[in-house]
Design a protein. Structure first.
Lengths: 504, 532
């Protein structure tokens, strides 16, 4: 199929170009320009999927020196590539951004230029995080994601937005500062083998994989903390409900759909292969934290009265499954984890859209303010039902495949992990069905709800791709799993042995 | 006393061309101020100053190629020779020879030429910031520019000083104009207070410096810093012969020298004057102090540390403690500030702390010197950027924008300027992809290479904390509603930012963004000398 040179660079920077255009264009064009940029980026990202070869190597690689100092002994590279881990995360990002931009065009009336420019800049950052293979470059994108999100929550957010946005930034920065220190120290430790200070992943892997003992554990933990905060792994999750509840709908969608995956992705791409021994040693700890997160998130979600914070806590629970799969360190667990990352992006993204849609009509997110919606807005209820069931993990929908694989992986590693985590599935059914029942069934308790308008055609079109994918992954999971498999197999091998393997 | 031969004098003139020229222009501006006294001529001193600084930039290009002769046949060489501007190269032997070795415009690591360029740029930007500010307050007097030029000459001499007496004189040449400039807004009490405080504490520090120099001369018999027969050589020789500890007098002298310099670059515990002086001084003067004095002071400190390399075992732990104190006090102090000038004062203390971390681990010279230079350059440009945008905001909003409450709602009223200010503040906080991030990373890498891992860890944590106080102003601009307009707002005069302020904003933005995204050219400038 159509091959485009520098495809990954174009993907990353096209949204940024869009953001710059918006800054200089008249206000009325902002939303349309943003949609154009986001849709074109999405279409281009499909080329990645079409041209992807199901092998373990890095593909679409772009590599050039970026910053060179000290006569070439200090080098930061512009190094991009994509493999099975990121194959589905990239189109997920571009699709959710395009949908978020489209959704926003009806609802954002305040400082639109800034809003859409922030959304597109955010996309540049997110894609950069998934595609950068130089630790420094990765860090730049990682931090660059913070600024637009900071503005999105802080300017267009809800009542308590200032508190939420500062908390979000501070939590993330605290973690990433340690990661930066670890990156510098790692590069410095590898200076003799590399003949200088280098930051590219494939230059550091051969050295770092041989690090053993306390040093390895400390470096691993410095990376792990940054990623665990982002995931968020229990007990680092407290920023998430605040940020989710206060963010505008598009912000919540991207936060849940993509930003959280940056954390789990970081474990797979950097923390685990860089420090395999430490990763194996710490796996039980992280897995147990993940299990606590699964159960804790689910129980707390059950107690929520605000729809958005219910969905936020359900994210803590779902990401717990992803982490559990990842730290099972076997092919089943990895496949389940990565697939579950995509699944959570689809279903939670859709849930936040649905919450946003009902909020725009009623201006409340209190669960008790609804009831009996099934008769009033049947179409909305159907979409909600499918999404909810996907999120719960009903067989035939995507959530089932992902959760099943992660639990299988955990079972193969340590049966009791799976046994305990399975309760999370039951609890998920409990809180989701309670939410659905309270909102959709029963008598109509509030007069305002009697005249709600059902989904518009545009809203259906926003939700449709997400729902279609949920069903598609549910019925044909291998379509999505098989291309990732070579990469994940190789990754399992890397993490399961101490000593250099290198980047394939 | 030897007298110089004519050729030696010419040689010295070539090396000292920039400070000589700056002082000359300063005197011309003083005279011109007497001639241009009509209303429509009041900008002439500023224009003259800018012309003079541009001229000194040309001189700098010449001196750069004298120190680093262009490769024969290169584009630079052919261009310069067609213009008949190709300078006679200055050989390594001639470098310290000006005035019996008192001035060395090259420096131990060849770091001085690039820093002179930086100082000239700072002076140029500060000059561009001044006219509108002064006119708005009825302060348009030509002495302002003359004093600025003298201070700049002092900075240049201070960085190139290779003799303790010249170092002292250069610091005085910098400080005395600054005392006056701090009190330039004469009827205003805060400005008076700033000037008096700065003067009193500054003289005190000068006393320390001088006494330190006297003690050093008493114990070693020389005041030359580098080269033959210098302190550096003498101390190294002493240690090779008699391995006993250094004598107390030398250590006391060195400590006093560090105290005196520590005052100029506001290192904790010699920092107390900083917030008050920065707050009270006219804004362009504050900008010059924040950027210029810091650059000169740190380069002088670097020179002193190199001079006393033999005593590094004594100096390094001292610097490490000072670095820790300075970082902590600067960052904690900044957290409480609601006045942006005071906040920047504390932030400048914090940044001084980060740079001290590098100096405390100086042994990895190869990365330390360019890392310090890059950090100083970026630090200066970020701060000047903030001040330039503040002055532009003042013009467009028609009111002073200094207190936190003044910033409320600016993001809606003046989105472009507010975004620019946000950009510079994020750069100060060290967010990628701004220059503030890369220069910090490079600095910390150098410090890790120098063995200061724990101090770097503290510095990293503190720079996360710093996001709080920088972001506070961003929050006010973008996330707080504007204050209700009052009656006095009706008559406010709002103008578009003047050309010169706009140009200053553009230059600083270009540099901070450019160095952030593509640091290679700047790095090659700072590493040029190491490649020889």
């Amino acid at each position: 199929m159509l091959q485009i040179p520098y495809l990954l660079s174009i993907l990353i920077f096209l949204p940024l170009v869009g953001a710059l255009l918006i800054a200089f264009a008249p206000r009325e064009w902002a939303s349309r320009l943003a949609l154009l940029a986001a849709v074109v980026t999405f279409l281009l990202s499909l080329l990645v999927v079409v041209n992807f070869e199901p092998v373990a190597t890095m593909q679409f690689v772009e590599r050039a020196p970026w910053i060179t100092a000290l006569g070439g002994t200090f080098q930061i590279e512009y190094f991009l590539g994509l493999d099975g881990i990121t194959l589905w995360l990239v189109p997920l990002t571009t699709m959710l951004t395009a949908l978020a931009v489209w959704f926003s065009s009806d609802h954002i009336r305040d400082r639109e230029k800034g809003y859409y420019a922030s959304l597109l800049t955010l996309q540049t950052g997110m894609l950069g995080v998934f595609l950068a293979l130089d630790l420094f470059l990765f860090f730049v994108f990682w931090e660059a994601v913070l600024i637009p999100m900071y503005f999105l929550i802080g300017i267009w957010g809800g009542q308590n937005r200032l508190y939420a946005t500062i908390k979000f930034v501070l939590f993330t920065m605290a973690g990433s500062a340690l990661m930066l220190a670890a990156i510098i120290v790692l590069s410095y430790m590898a200076r003799e083998q590399n003949q200088g200070l280098f930051f590219a992943l494939d230059r550091l892997l051969p050295f770092s994989a041989t690090i053993t003992g306390t040093t390895g554990i400390l470096l691993f933990l410095a990376f792990a903390l940054a990623f665990a905060i982002k995931v968020p792994l229990f007990p680092f999750h407290t920023w998430l409900p605040d940020a989710h509840v206060q963010a505008p709908t598009a912000g919540s969608v991207l936060l849940a759909g993509v930003l959280l995956k940056m954390g789990t992705y970081g474990f797979l791409r950097f923390a685990m292969p860089l420090f395999p021994e430490a990763a194996r040693a710490m796996a039980p700890v992280l897995a147990i934290l993940a299990i606590i997160g699964i159960l804790y998130g689910a129980v707390v979600a059950y107690a929520q009265r605000d729809i958005k914070s219910l969905v936020a806590y359900s994210s803590v629970s779902h990401l717990g499954f992803v982490m559990l799969g990842i730290f099972a360190i076997n092919t089943q667990g990895f496949s389940g984890g990565v697939l579950q990352m995509v699944n959570h992006g689809l279903s939670t993204g859709a849930l936040f859209f649905l919450v946003g849609m009902i909020y725009e009509r009623r201006h409340t997110r209190d669960i008790d303010a609804y009831g009996g919606l099934w008769k009033v807005v049947p179409l909305y209820s159907v979409f909600f039902l499918i999404t909810m069931l996907a999120s719960v993990g009903l067989p035939g929908l995507n959530g089932f495949v992902g959760e099943f694989l992660t639990l299988l992986g955990a079972f193969l590693r340590e049966p009791w992990w799976a046994a305990v985590a399975t309760f999370g599935v039951v609890l998920a059914a409990a809180y989701m069905l309670k939410l659905f029942g309270k909102m959709m069934f029963g008598p109509i308790t509030h007069e305002e709800n009697r005249h709600l308008i059902d989904l518009t055609r545009k809203e259906v079109l926003i939700l449709a791709p997400l729902v279609v994918l949920m069903i598609l992954i549910g019925f044909a999971p291998n379509l999505f799993l098989l291309p990732m498999e070579p990469t994940l197999d190789a990754l399992v091998q890397t993490v399961n042995q101490t000593g250099a393997v290198g980047l394939r | 006393m030897q007298f110089m031969t004519v050729s030696e004098l010419m040689q010295a003139a070539q090396q000292l061309a920039i400070p000589l020229f700056l002082s000359f222009v300063g005197m011309v501006v003083l005279m011109a101020d007497l001639v241009f006294d009509r209303e429509d001529e009041r900008r002439w001193p500023a224009y003259l100053t800018i012309a003079g600084l541009l001229g000194s930039l040309l001189l700098w290009v010449q001196s750069w190629y004298a120190y680093f002769p262009p490769a024969a046949g290169s584009r630079a060489a052919s261009l310069l020779s067609t213009l008949r501007l190709l300078p006679a190269p200055i050989t390594p032997e001639q470098r310290g020879a000006a005035f019996q070795g008192m001035y060395d415009g090259f420096g131990a690591f060849g770091h001085v030429p690039a820093m002179i360029l930086l100082v000239l740029l700072i002076a140029l930007i500060v000059t561009m910031l001044a006219p509108h500010y002064l006119e708005g307050r009825g302060l348009e007097r030509g002495e302002y520019y003359a004093l600025l030029l003298f201070a700049t000459a002092g900075l240049v001499l201070m960085m190139g000083a290779n003799h303790l007496i010249l170092l002292f004189l250069a610091i005085e040449l910098l400080s005395i104009p600054l005392y006056i400039l701090a009190g330039f807004a004469r009827p205003e009490m805060r400005s008076q207070e700033a000037a008096l405080k700065y003067f009193l504490l500054g003289s005190f520090a000068s006393g320390f410096l001088l006494y330190g120099i006297a003690l050093l001369y008493g114990s070693t018999g020389t005041m030359l810093m580098g080269g033959s027969g210098s302190l550096r050589e003498g101390l190294q020789a002493t240690f090779e012969i008699a391995s006993g500890g250094p004598n107390l007098m030398t250590l006391a002298g060195l400590t006093m020298l560090l105290v005196g310099l520590g005052f100029k670059i506001s290192i904790v515990p010699f920092h107390q004057w900083t917030p008050d002086v920065y707050e009270g001084s006219p804004t362009p003067v504050t900008a010059f102090m924040v950027a210029g004095t810091k650059v000169g002071g740190f380069i002088a400190l670097l020179n002193v540390i190199v001079t006393f390399e033999a005593l590094y075992g004594f100096v390094a732990p001292l610097l490490a403690i000072l670095a820790l104190l300075t970082m902590v006090v600067g960052n904690i102090g900044a957290l409480q500030q609601t006045n942006i000038k005071r906040m920047l004062a504390y932030s400048s203390i914090a940044h001084a702390g980060y740079m001290l971390v590098l100096l405390a681990g100086l042994m990895a010279i190869q990365i330390s010197s360019p890392a310090l230079q890059l950090y100083l350059a970026v630090y200066a440009m970020m701060n000047l950027g903030v001040f330039a945008v503040l002055l532009a905001l003042e013009q467009s909003a028609g009111r002073e924008v200094i207190e936190l409450a003044d910033f409320n709602g600016l993001g809606r009223e003046h989105p472009v300027l507010a975004l620019l200010l946000g950009f510079f503040l994020l750069s100060l906080a060290g967010f990628p992809p701004t220059a503030g991030f890369f220069s910090k990373l490079y600095l910390f890498t150098g410090a890790v290479a120098g063995g200061q891992r724990w101090l770097v860890a503290v510095a990293v944590v503190l720079s996360v904390l710093s996001f709080f106080y920088y972001a506070r102003f961003i929050v006010a601009m973008f996330m707080q509603p504007a204050a209700e307009p009052t009656e006095s707002d009706e008559g406010r005069e709002r103008t578009a930012p003047s050309f010169m302020v706009g140009a200053a904003v553009a230059v600083t933005l270009l540099l901070v963004l450019g160095i952030g995204l593509f640091p290679n050219p700047a790095l090659s400038l700072f590493e040029r000398a190491l490649q020889q």
